[in-house]
Design a protein around this ligand. Structure first.
Ligand SMILES: Cc1cc2nc3c(=O)[nH]c(=O)nc-3n(C[C@H](O)[C@H](O)[C@H](O)COP(=O)(O)OP(=O)(O)OC[C@H]3O[C@@H](n4cnc5c(N)ncnc54)[C@H](O)[C@@H]3O)c2cc1C
Length: 550
């Protein structure tokens, strides 16, 4: 049994199951209220959907179109709050929406939506440009049929780092979080009240019981495993969304761009869908898709050949002069949306992104929702749990969630752009990260914004059990550098060896495990089985043919 599980305190006010953004938000807020809280995650923190999102902190313009105005209102408010509270982690992002003749929403529909968006944020942030000015802003945009377009603002985040910052700040304030620890059984007494949870180390399978009167089930797509939906008409419908990642050299864009996919994919998606590309951490993310997912949730999801074709077709049509192909792609990410469905014939993109809270005595379940609105989800779950929790004198956590930059910083640390980024990602840990780094290690890893010094800091202080924890979630270079940063592995081993107690054989096993995960879940699928005679067709036409042959 891991020492952490063995030495664990026997009694807790609250156990939170799930170390994604929903669980992390609840954990942070309940610790701030003075409760004794244990969080358990069966894999690594943020291993699930919360490291595989589009990394946007956004109001969701399309929800306005669907009439879900309260969802947009909450998300815009949360975006503004996070921009103010977490600089260096959540940053403003300029978006362009080009308008093409005869395709997608027109100028006045967009003007109405963006005005409403601004009204909610209480600031006017959008602007219309004619075709010439838009082309000057993004010179590689397809000019054919371009009428003009809008510029507006949303925000972006490193999703896994947001989860990690919440978890580690809650730990520093007295909470306890264990990764690679699964909740197996929730125990109840004869009256049905929650009494405790059996936990299991996910790798050694050794288990132990902890007692608690309250469990919050924040397991996203897994939520119905512990708590079947109380409404027989509403169930979780796991939906896969995938992204491609390119280098900034291949895709030299200065803005995020959102556009309606050029090919009528109604056969696949049933509705006209917008896709986007977003500059992120020195690379560019292109996404996303929305498809039913019926595979095993315990395996890392991976992009399919159809999704690659769909995203490539969109990209090639928007930027024809760049001559981009699948071969330029550095990596791919797929995540599973925990979406609540009322059944019927709704297409995936038409399903609501709202969240639910289910209550069954001391077991509270919260699922659905967005990364952006994590605090709203946390507050709703806490409100429902209040009657079962001990009274700490605080009925809600104080504002703000994150300490301010001046509270985090030790005097000596100068606030350059890089330092701001580090404080955003590591909170107060950035002081130590910076002060213990040599000049060379404060340089970025080529093609990314990640500094070499982040690796030994995270390896030594952030509960890294496996190399993939370090390269895919503590830092993201496994996604941002070609071939999973294989060429840097000898240097990574050299600088992390002093803080990771692994012998030579363990290092080899960790590298093999990481490269295997990287290949299976973060790379493009092989297209070798495709019949040679169809290769002359454009990608979107090959997709249905491929389905027949597979
Ligand atoms: C493709 C895609 C793009 C998205 N883009 C955005 C975006 O740009 N902006 C935005 O706001 N939202 C976005 N979302 C939505 C957002 O990512 C999700 O709503 C959010 O990450 C869900 O978080 P969660 O904590 O509920 O679930 P998860 O992150 O999946 O966390 C649940 C965790 O519970 C763990 N768990 C399960 N069972 C157990 C157990 N028995 N014991 C212990 N642990 C357990 C799992 O391992 C998992 O890590 C996107 C989603 C997808 C799929």
């Amino acid at each position: 049994m891991s020492a952490a599980l063995e030495n664990l305190k026997a009694d807790w006010d609250l156990v939170v199951i799930g170390g994604g953004i929903t669980g992390a938000g609840i954990f942070r807020e309940t610790v701030r209220m003075g409760l004794s809280v244990l969080l358990v995650e069966q894999q690594d923190f943020a291993w699930g959907t919360s490291s595989r999102s589009s990394k946007l902190v956004h109001g969701g313009l399309r929800y306005l179109k669907e009439g879900r105005i309260f969802l947009t209102r909450d998300a815009v408010r949360e975006r503004e709050r996070l921009l103010a509270e977490a600089p260096g982690l959540v940053e403003l992002l300029g978006f362009l929406v080009p308008i093409y003749k005869g395709r997608g929403p027109g100028k006045w529909t967009l003007e109405a939506g963006l005005s409403l968006y601004d009204l909610i944020a209480k600031k006017r942030q959008h602007k219309y440009y004619d075709a010439e000015k838009l082309a000057a802003l993004e010179p590689h945009l397809n000019q054919k049929g371009l009428v003009g377009g809008f510029h507006f603002f949303d925000a972006q985040v490193d999703d896994a780092r947001l989860v990690l910052r919440l978890i580690f700040e809650a730990e520093a304030a007295g909470g306890c979080a264990l990764n690679y620890t699964a909740a197996k059984t929730i125990h109840r007494n004869d009256s049905g009240e929650v009494e405790g949870v059996t936990l299991e180390d996910s790798e050694t399978h050794e288990s132990r019981f902890v007692s608690t009167g309250v469990v919050i089930n924040a397991t996203g797509c897994w939520a119905e495993h512990f708590h079947p939906s109380p409404d027989p008409k509403v169930h979780l419908r796991p939906l896969r969304g995938s992204h491609l990642i390119f280098s900034r050299k291949t895709l030299p864009v200065g803005h995020a761009v959102s556009f309606v996919h050029p090919v009528d994919e109604r056969a696949i998606f049933l509705v006209e869908r917008a896709i986007f590309l977003v500059p992120w951490e020195g690379a560019v993310i292109v996404g996303t898709t929305d498809l039913d997912y019926r595979e095993d949730l315990s395996r890392e999801p991976a992009i399919s050949a159809d999704e690659v074709n769909y995203l490539m077709t969109g990209l090639q049509t928007l930027f024809p002069s760049l001559d981009i192909s699948e071969k330029d792609c550095i990596s791919a990410i797929s995540g599973i949306r925990p979406v609540l469905s009322k059944g019927g014939n709704r297409s995936p993109s038409e399903e609501s992104r709202e969240h639910v809270v289910w209550k069954d005595k001391g077991l509270l379940t919260i699922t659905g929702g967005k990364l952006t609105t994590f605090r709203k989800l946390a507050m709703d779950a806490i409100k429902a749990a209040m009657e079962f929790l001990p009274d700490t004198g605080a009925d809600r956590p104080p504002e703000p969630v994150f300490p301010t930059l001046s509270e985090l910083r030790e005097e000596s640390v100068e606030l350059s752009t890089e330092a701001r980024r580090l404080f955003g990602r590591y909170g107060a840990g950035a002081n130590l990260l910076i002060s213990s780094a040599g000049t060379e290690s404060l340089k970025p890893i080529p093609g990314t914004h990640t500094l070499w010094a982040e690796l030994p800091y995270a390896a030594g202080h952030e509960q890294v059990r496996h190399l993939d924890d370090l390269l895919l979630r503590r830092v993201r270079i496994g996604l941002l550098v070609p071939d999973g940063a294989r060429e840097y592995l000898p240097r990574i081993k050299k600088i992390c060896r002093p803080v990771l107690p692994w012998n030579r054989r363990k290092w080899k096993r960790e590298i093999d495990r990481y490269m295997d995960i990287r290949q299976r879940a973060y790379s493009l699928p092989s297209t070798e089985t495709e019949p040679e005679r169809f290769k002359f067709l454009p990608g979107w036409m090959r997709a249905p043919i491929r389905r027949v042959f597979h």
